[in-house]
Ligand binder design. Sequence first.
Ligand SMILES: C[S@@+](CC[C@H](N)C(=O)[O-])C[C@H]1O[C@@H](n2cnc3c(N)ncnc32)[C@H](O)[C@@H]1O
Length: 372
Amino acid sequence: MDVTEEVASEPAGCSASTRVAIDWDILAAHAVTEADIRAFLPPYLERTPESRATIFAGLGIAAFQRALRLGIFLAMRPVVSKSASLDQAEVDRAYHGCAASYDWKHHFITRGMDTQWRREAGWFTLATSREIESGATLRVLDLSTGTGLTAEAIADVLSRANVPAQVVGLDYNESMLAIARRREGMRGNVNVVFVRGDACRLALPSGDENLEDPMHESFNAVTHVFGTGCIARAESVFDSVLRVLRPGGRYFLVDVHRPLAWQAGEFPFGWRWWRLPRLESETFEQTTVPLVLKRLWAWRDTTFDFYRLRLATHRDAIGRIWGFRTLHFDVQSVRWWLGIPILPVGRISVEKVEIGEAEASKREVIRQASGL
Ligand SMILES: C[S@@+](CC[C@H](N)C(=O)[O-])C[C@H]1O[C@@H](n2cnc3c(N)ncnc32)[C@H](O)[C@@H]1O
Protein backbone atom coordinates (compact mmCIF):
# COMPACT_ATOMS: atom_id res chain seq x y z
CA MET A 1 0.00 0.00 0.00
CA ASP A 2 1.33 3.41 -0.97
CA VAL A 3 0.62 5.74 1.96
CA THR A 4 1.47 9.43 1.66
CA GLU A 5 2.11 11.17 4.98
CA GLU A 6 1.42 14.86 4.77
CA VAL A 7 3.06 15.49 8.12
CA ALA A 8 4.83 13.07 10.40
CA SER A 9 3.91 14.49 13.78
CA GLU A 10 0.65 15.84 15.16
CA PRO A 11 -0.40 18.89 13.21
CA ALA A 12 -0.85 22.44 14.36
CA GLY A 13 -4.31 23.91 14.36
CA CYS A 14 -5.22 22.27 17.65
CA SER A 15 -6.06 25.09 20.03
CA ALA A 16 -4.88 25.01 23.63
CA SER A 17 -8.46 24.38 24.77
CA THR A 18 -8.32 20.94 23.19
CA ARG A 19 -5.22 20.00 25.18
CA VAL A 20 -4.95 18.76 28.72
CA ALA A 21 -2.75 20.99 30.88
CA ILE A 22 -1.38 19.02 33.81
CA ASP A 23 -0.39 20.78 37.01
CA TRP A 24 2.67 18.72 37.99
CA ASP A 25 3.01 20.55 41.34
CA ILE A 26 -0.34 19.17 42.52
CA LEU A 27 0.79 15.67 41.56
CA ALA A 28 4.14 16.06 43.31
CA ALA A 29 2.47 17.36 46.46
CA HIS A 30 0.43 14.13 46.64
CA ALA A 31 3.23 11.80 45.59
CA VAL A 32 1.40 10.82 42.39
CA THR A 33 3.98 9.66 39.86
CA GLU A 34 4.17 10.15 36.11
CA ALA A 35 3.50 6.39 35.69
CA ASP A 36 0.30 6.84 37.73
CA ILE A 37 -0.94 9.63 35.53
CA ARG A 38 0.02 7.92 32.27
CA ALA A 39 -2.27 5.02 33.18
CA PHE A 40 -5.13 7.50 32.75
CA LEU A 41 -3.91 10.33 30.51
CA PRO A 42 -1.63 9.46 27.59
CA PRO A 43 0.91 12.11 26.50
CA TYR A 44 -0.89 12.77 23.19
CA LEU A 45 -3.57 14.68 25.15
CA GLU A 46 -1.00 17.32 26.13
CA ARG A 47 1.24 17.87 23.13
CA THR A 48 0.86 20.61 20.52
CA PRO A 49 3.61 19.67 18.06
CA GLU A 50 4.82 21.73 15.12
CA SER A 51 3.23 21.24 11.74
CA ARG A 52 5.45 20.55 8.75
CA ALA A 53 2.85 21.11 6.06
CA THR A 54 3.83 23.20 3.02
CA ILE A 55 2.20 26.55 2.10
CA PHE A 56 0.64 24.77 -0.85
CA ALA A 57 -0.97 22.16 1.43
CA GLY A 58 -2.13 24.96 3.78
CA LEU A 59 -3.92 26.74 0.92
CA GLY A 60 -5.54 23.51 -0.19
CA ILE A 61 -6.80 22.82 3.32
CA ALA A 62 -8.20 26.37 3.66
CA ALA A 63 -10.06 25.98 0.35
CA PHE A 64 -11.41 22.61 1.50
CA GLN A 65 -12.70 24.17 4.77
CA ARG A 66 -14.53 26.93 2.90
CA ALA A 67 -16.16 24.53 0.45
CA LEU A 68 -17.14 22.18 3.26
CA ARG A 69 -18.68 24.95 5.39
CA LEU A 70 -20.63 26.32 2.44
CA GLY A 71 -21.89 22.83 1.56
CA ILE A 72 -22.98 22.21 5.17
CA PHE A 73 -24.81 25.54 5.36
CA LEU A 74 -26.63 24.94 2.08
CA ALA A 75 -27.49 21.29 2.69
CA MET A 76 -28.13 21.18 6.43
CA ARG A 77 -29.15 24.69 7.52
CA PRO A 78 -27.77 24.58 11.08
CA VAL A 79 -30.62 25.06 13.53
CA VAL A 80 -28.98 25.45 16.91
CA SER A 81 -28.03 28.90 18.18
CA LYS A 82 -24.41 29.98 17.92
CA SER A 83 -23.94 29.87 21.67
CA ALA A 84 -24.24 26.05 21.81
CA SER A 85 -24.46 26.47 25.57
CA LEU A 86 -25.80 22.91 26.00
CA ASP A 87 -28.39 24.34 28.30
CA GLN A 88 -31.00 21.55 28.67
CA ALA A 89 -33.78 23.70 27.16
CA GLU A 90 -31.68 24.46 24.08
CA VAL A 91 -30.72 20.80 23.61
CA ASP A 92 -34.35 19.80 24.06
CA ARG A 93 -35.45 22.32 21.41
CA ALA A 94 -32.84 21.01 18.98
CA TYR A 95 -33.98 17.37 19.36
CA HIS A 96 -37.62 18.31 19.33
CA GLY A 97 -36.97 19.97 15.96
CA CYS A 98 -35.09 17.04 14.44
CA ALA A 99 -36.91 14.03 15.98
CA ALA A 100 -38.96 13.22 12.87
CA SER A 101 -35.95 13.24 10.54
CA TYR A 102 -33.36 11.95 13.06
CA ASP A 103 -33.12 8.36 11.82
CA TRP A 104 -32.51 9.00 8.14
CA LYS A 105 -30.27 12.01 8.82
CA HIS A 106 -28.09 9.96 11.16
CA HIS A 107 -27.78 7.15 8.61
CA PHE A 108 -27.05 9.70 5.87
CA ILE A 109 -24.48 11.75 7.80
CA THR A 110 -22.58 8.69 9.01
CA ARG A 111 -22.89 6.89 5.65
CA GLY A 112 -24.72 4.12 7.49
CA MET A 113 -21.80 3.50 9.89
CA ASP A 114 -24.11 4.26 12.82
CA THR A 115 -25.87 0.92 12.26
CA GLN A 116 -22.52 -0.81 12.79
CA TRP A 117 -21.80 1.11 16.04
CA ARG A 118 -25.26 0.28 17.35
CA ARG A 119 -24.76 -3.41 16.58
CA GLU A 120 -21.46 -3.24 18.44
CA ALA A 121 -23.43 -2.05 21.46
CA GLY A 122 -25.54 -5.19 20.96
CA TRP A 123 -22.49 -7.49 20.79
CA PHE A 124 -21.12 -5.76 23.89
CA THR A 125 -24.30 -6.61 25.82
CA LEU A 126 -24.11 -10.18 24.53
CA ALA A 127 -20.54 -10.47 25.86
CA THR A 128 -21.77 -9.04 29.19
CA SER A 129 -24.51 -11.69 29.33
CA ARG A 130 -21.78 -14.37 29.44
CA GLU A 131 -20.61 -12.87 32.75
CA ILE A 132 -23.91 -13.34 34.59
CA GLU A 133 -25.61 -16.42 35.92
CA SER A 134 -26.87 -18.65 33.10
CA GLY A 135 -30.60 -18.13 32.44
CA ALA A 136 -30.80 -14.91 34.51
CA THR A 137 -32.43 -11.91 32.84
CA LEU A 138 -29.84 -9.45 31.55
CA ARG A 139 -30.80 -5.86 32.40
CA VAL A 140 -29.55 -3.26 29.94
CA LEU A 141 -29.93 0.52 30.12
CA ASP A 142 -29.43 2.46 26.89
CA LEU A 143 -28.76 6.05 27.93
CA SER A 144 -29.74 9.01 25.69
CA THR A 145 -31.55 6.46 23.59
CA GLY A 146 -33.08 9.06 21.26
CA THR A 147 -35.43 7.36 18.80
CA GLY A 148 -34.46 3.95 20.17
CA LEU A 149 -32.30 2.75 17.27
CA THR A 150 -29.58 1.46 19.60
CA ALA A 151 -32.04 -0.20 21.99
CA GLU A 152 -33.57 -1.96 19.00
CA ALA A 153 -30.17 -3.11 17.68
CA ILE A 154 -29.29 -4.46 21.15
CA ALA A 155 -32.59 -6.34 21.39
CA ASP A 156 -31.96 -7.80 17.94
CA VAL A 157 -28.54 -9.21 18.89
CA LEU A 158 -29.74 -10.54 22.27
CA SER A 159 -32.92 -12.13 20.94
CA ARG A 160 -31.05 -13.92 18.15
CA ALA A 161 -28.67 -15.30 20.79
CA ASN A 162 -31.70 -16.34 22.87
CA VAL A 163 -30.61 -14.27 25.90
CA PRO A 164 -33.50 -13.37 28.23
CA ALA A 165 -33.21 -9.63 28.71
CA GLN A 166 -34.87 -6.34 29.43
CA VAL A 167 -33.61 -3.30 27.52
CA VAL A 168 -34.61 0.06 28.99
CA GLY A 169 -34.08 3.04 26.68
CA LEU A 170 -33.88 6.33 28.56
CA ASP A 171 -34.06 9.83 27.11
CA TYR A 172 -34.97 13.31 28.21
CA ASN A 173 -36.75 14.42 25.05
CA GLU A 174 -40.45 13.59 24.61
CA SER A 175 -40.41 13.96 20.81
CA MET A 176 -37.52 11.50 20.44
CA LEU A 177 -39.21 9.13 22.93
CA ALA A 178 -42.50 9.25 21.01
CA ILE A 179 -40.70 7.71 18.03
CA ALA A 180 -38.75 5.29 20.24
CA ARG A 181 -41.99 3.96 21.78
CA ARG A 182 -42.97 2.54 18.38
CA ARG A 183 -40.08 0.12 18.94
CA GLU A 184 -41.37 -0.97 22.34
CA GLY A 185 -42.41 -4.61 22.95
CA MET A 186 -41.06 -8.17 22.96
CA ARG A 187 -38.47 -9.51 20.52
CA GLY A 188 -38.11 -13.21 21.31
CA ASN A 189 -37.47 -13.15 25.05
CA VAL A 190 -36.16 -9.58 25.07
CA ASN A 191 -38.45 -6.90 26.41
CA VAL A 192 -37.83 -3.33 25.19
CA VAL A 193 -39.26 -0.35 27.09
CA PHE A 194 -38.61 3.39 26.99
CA VAL A 195 -38.68 5.81 29.89
CA ARG A 196 -38.16 9.53 30.30
CA GLY A 197 -35.27 10.53 32.54
CA ASP A 198 -32.18 12.64 33.00
CA ALA A 199 -28.91 10.74 32.49
CA CYS A 200 -27.21 13.08 34.97
CA ARG A 201 -29.52 12.26 37.86
CA LEU A 202 -30.14 8.50 37.83
CA ALA A 203 -30.64 6.69 41.11
CA LEU A 204 -30.12 9.74 43.27
CA PRO A 205 -31.42 9.13 46.81
CA SER A 206 -35.06 10.19 47.05
CA GLY A 207 -34.68 11.14 50.70
CA ASP A 208 -37.39 8.63 51.68
CA GLU A 209 -35.90 5.51 53.31
CA ASN A 210 -39.03 3.48 52.56
CA LEU A 211 -38.81 4.10 48.85
CA GLU A 212 -36.79 1.52 46.98
CA ASP A 213 -34.88 3.10 44.13
CA PRO A 214 -35.72 1.11 40.97
CA MET A 215 -32.51 2.17 39.26
CA HIS A 216 -30.00 1.67 42.07
CA GLU A 217 -27.48 -1.06 41.12
CA SER A 218 -30.05 -2.67 38.87
CA PHE A 219 -28.34 -2.97 35.47
CA ASN A 220 -25.75 -5.42 34.16
CA ALA A 221 -24.88 -3.21 31.20
CA VAL A 222 -25.23 0.44 30.27
CA THR A 223 -24.76 1.58 26.67
CA HIS A 224 -24.30 5.13 25.43
CA VAL A 225 -24.05 5.69 21.69
CA PHE A 226 -23.55 9.36 20.79
CA GLY A 227 -25.10 10.50 24.02
CA THR A 228 -22.66 12.46 26.19
CA GLY A 229 -21.94 15.27 23.72
CA CYS A 230 -25.15 17.15 24.40
CA ILE A 231 -24.63 16.98 28.16
CA ALA A 232 -22.51 19.81 29.54
CA ARG A 233 -21.21 17.95 32.62
CA ALA A 234 -20.39 14.42 31.51
CA GLU A 235 -18.93 13.59 34.93
CA SER A 236 -22.46 13.58 36.38
CA VAL A 237 -23.42 10.93 33.81
CA PHE A 238 -20.46 8.73 34.79
CA ASP A 239 -21.44 9.10 38.42
CA SER A 240 -24.99 8.02 37.46
CA VAL A 241 -23.64 5.00 35.60
CA LEU A 242 -21.61 3.93 38.63
CA ARG A 243 -24.78 4.14 40.74
CA VAL A 244 -27.08 2.17 38.41
CA LEU A 245 -24.63 -0.59 37.43
CA ARG A 246 -24.45 -3.73 39.50
CA PRO A 247 -20.97 -4.59 40.84
CA GLY A 248 -19.09 -6.08 37.87
CA GLY A 249 -21.54 -4.41 35.47
CA ARG A 250 -20.23 -2.89 32.25
CA TYR A 251 -20.52 0.42 30.41
CA PHE A 252 -20.02 0.93 26.66
CA LEU A 253 -19.55 4.41 25.22
CA VAL A 254 -19.24 5.44 21.58
CA ASP A 255 -18.69 9.06 20.65
CA VAL A 256 -16.58 11.56 18.76
CA HIS A 257 -12.83 11.68 19.52
CA ARG A 258 -10.59 14.34 18.08
CA PRO A 259 -8.10 13.24 15.42
CA LEU A 260 -4.77 11.73 16.45
CA ALA A 261 -2.16 12.45 13.76
CA TRP A 262 -0.40 9.10 14.16
CA GLN A 263 -3.79 7.41 13.72
CA ALA A 264 -4.81 9.41 10.65
CA GLY A 265 -7.22 7.57 8.41
CA GLU A 266 -6.29 6.31 4.97
CA PHE A 267 -8.40 6.83 1.90
CA PRO A 268 -8.02 5.89 -1.74
CA PHE A 269 -7.82 8.70 -4.30
CA GLY A 270 -6.53 8.26 -7.82
CA TRP A 271 -3.87 5.59 -7.86
CA ARG A 272 -2.75 5.77 -4.23
CA TRP A 273 -3.76 5.71 -0.58
CA TRP A 274 -3.53 9.02 1.27
CA ARG A 275 -3.17 10.08 4.88
CA LEU A 276 -3.87 13.75 5.61
CA PRO A 277 -3.47 14.27 9.38
CA ARG A 278 -3.35 18.04 9.14
CA LEU A 279 -6.52 18.13 7.04
CA GLU A 280 -8.24 15.88 9.58
CA SER A 281 -7.13 17.97 12.51
CA GLU A 282 -7.92 21.38 11.03
CA THR A 283 -11.29 20.23 9.75
CA PHE A 284 -12.11 19.04 13.25
CA GLU A 285 -11.07 22.33 14.87
CA GLN A 286 -12.39 24.77 12.31
CA THR A 287 -15.49 23.13 10.88
CA THR A 288 -16.56 20.00 12.75
CA VAL A 289 -16.57 21.39 16.31
CA PRO A 290 -17.95 24.91 15.70
CA LEU A 291 -20.36 24.14 12.87
CA VAL A 292 -21.32 20.48 12.77
CA LEU A 293 -21.11 19.51 16.44
CA LYS A 294 -22.25 22.77 18.04
CA ARG A 295 -24.71 24.17 15.54
CA LEU A 296 -26.10 21.09 13.78
CA TRP A 297 -26.15 18.60 16.61
CA ALA A 298 -26.04 20.78 19.80
CA TRP A 299 -22.90 18.79 20.61
CA ARG A 300 -19.50 19.47 22.15
CA ASP A 301 -16.10 17.85 21.68
CA THR A 302 -16.41 14.61 23.68
CA THR A 303 -12.73 13.61 23.43
CA PHE A 304 -11.95 14.03 27.12
CA ASP A 305 -14.98 12.01 28.21
CA PHE A 306 -13.09 8.82 27.31
CA TYR A 307 -10.40 9.76 29.87
CA ARG A 308 -12.63 11.58 32.38
CA LEU A 309 -14.78 8.48 32.79
CA ARG A 310 -11.84 6.40 33.99
CA LEU A 311 -11.24 8.92 36.79
CA ALA A 312 -14.85 8.79 38.03
CA THR A 313 -15.44 7.34 41.51
CA HIS A 314 -18.54 6.78 43.60
CA ARG A 315 -18.92 6.06 47.33
CA ASP A 316 -22.09 4.06 48.06
CA ALA A 317 -24.34 4.17 51.13
CA ILE A 318 -22.26 1.60 53.02
CA GLY A 319 -18.94 3.31 52.28
CA ARG A 320 -17.62 1.15 49.44
CA ILE A 321 -15.88 3.08 46.68
CA TRP A 322 -16.45 2.18 43.05
CA GLY A 323 -14.64 3.11 39.88
CA PHE A 324 -14.10 1.78 36.35
CA ARG A 325 -11.56 -0.70 35.00
CA THR A 326 -10.94 -0.38 31.27
CA LEU A 327 -11.68 -3.48 29.21
CA HIS A 328 -11.23 -2.00 25.74
CA PHE A 329 -10.56 1.41 24.19
CA ASP A 330 -9.91 2.37 20.59
CA VAL A 331 -10.04 5.44 18.38
CA GLN A 332 -10.64 4.97 14.70
CA SER A 333 -10.58 7.51 11.94
CA VAL A 334 -13.68 6.83 9.88
CA ARG A 335 -14.86 8.11 6.52
CA TRP A 336 -17.95 10.29 6.69
CA TRP A 337 -19.89 12.03 3.95
CA LEU A 338 -17.16 12.71 1.45
CA GLY A 339 -15.38 9.45 1.99
CA ILE A 340 -12.49 11.45 3.49
CA PRO A 341 -11.52 10.54 7.07
CA ILE A 342 -12.24 13.75 8.95
CA LEU A 343 -13.86 12.72 12.21
CA PRO A 344 -12.64 9.80 14.34
CA VAL A 345 -14.90 7.83 16.64
CA GLY A 346 -13.83 6.40 20.00
CA ARG A 347 -15.21 3.27 21.66
CA ILE A 348 -14.60 2.30 25.22
CA SER A 349 -15.93 -0.47 27.46
CA VAL A 350 -15.30 -0.47 31.18
CA GLU A 351 -16.26 -2.58 34.18
CA LYS A 352 -17.50 -1.33 37.56
CA VAL A 353 -15.03 -2.48 40.21
CA GLU A 354 -14.51 -1.75 43.89
CA ILE A 355 -11.44 0.37 44.52
CA GLY A 356 -9.68 1.27 47.77
CA GLU A 357 -9.31 4.67 49.43
CA ALA A 358 -5.75 5.10 48.09
CA GLU A 359 -6.78 4.45 44.48
CA ALA A 360 -9.80 6.76 44.82
CA SER A 361 -7.71 9.63 46.18
CA LYS A 362 -5.08 9.11 43.45
CA ARG A 363 -7.80 9.39 40.80
CA GLU A 364 -9.15 12.51 42.48
CA VAL A 365 -5.68 14.13 42.51
CA ILE A 366 -5.20 13.32 38.81
CA ARG A 367 -8.62 14.77 38.09
CA GLN A 368 -7.73 18.00 39.89
CA ALA A 369 -4.25 18.25 38.35
CA SER A 370 -5.61 17.77 34.82
CA GLY A 371 -8.80 19.81 35.21
CA LEU A 372 -10.87 16.90 33.83
C1 LIG B 1 -27.65 12.07 19.30
S1 LIG B 1 -29.14 11.84 20.12
C2 LIG B 1 -29.51 10.19 20.28
C3 LIG B 1 -28.43 9.18 20.24
C4 LIG B 1 -28.94 7.78 20.32
N1 LIG B 1 -28.24 7.11 21.40
C5 LIG B 1 -28.69 7.04 19.03
O1 LIG B 1 -27.98 6.04 19.08
O2 LIG B 1 -29.22 7.43 18.01
C6 LIG B 1 -28.80 12.38 21.76
C7 LIG B 1 -29.97 12.20 22.67
O3 LIG B 1 -29.57 12.59 24.01
C8 LIG B 1 -30.74 13.07 24.65
N2 LIG B 1 -30.39 13.79 25.86
C9 LIG B 1 -29.85 15.03 25.97
N3 LIG B 1 -29.64 15.37 27.26
C10 LIG B 1 -30.05 14.29 27.98
C11 LIG B 1 -30.09 14.01 29.38
N4 LIG B 1 -29.62 14.88 30.29
N5 LIG B 1 -30.59 12.82 29.78
C12 LIG B 1 -31.05 11.92 28.88
N6 LIG B 1 -31.04 12.13 27.55
C13 LIG B 1 -30.54 13.30 27.11
C14 LIG B 1 -31.40 13.91 23.58
O4 LIG B 1 -32.77 14.14 23.88
C15 LIG B 1 -31.18 13.05 22.34
O5 LIG B 1 -32.26 12.22 22.09
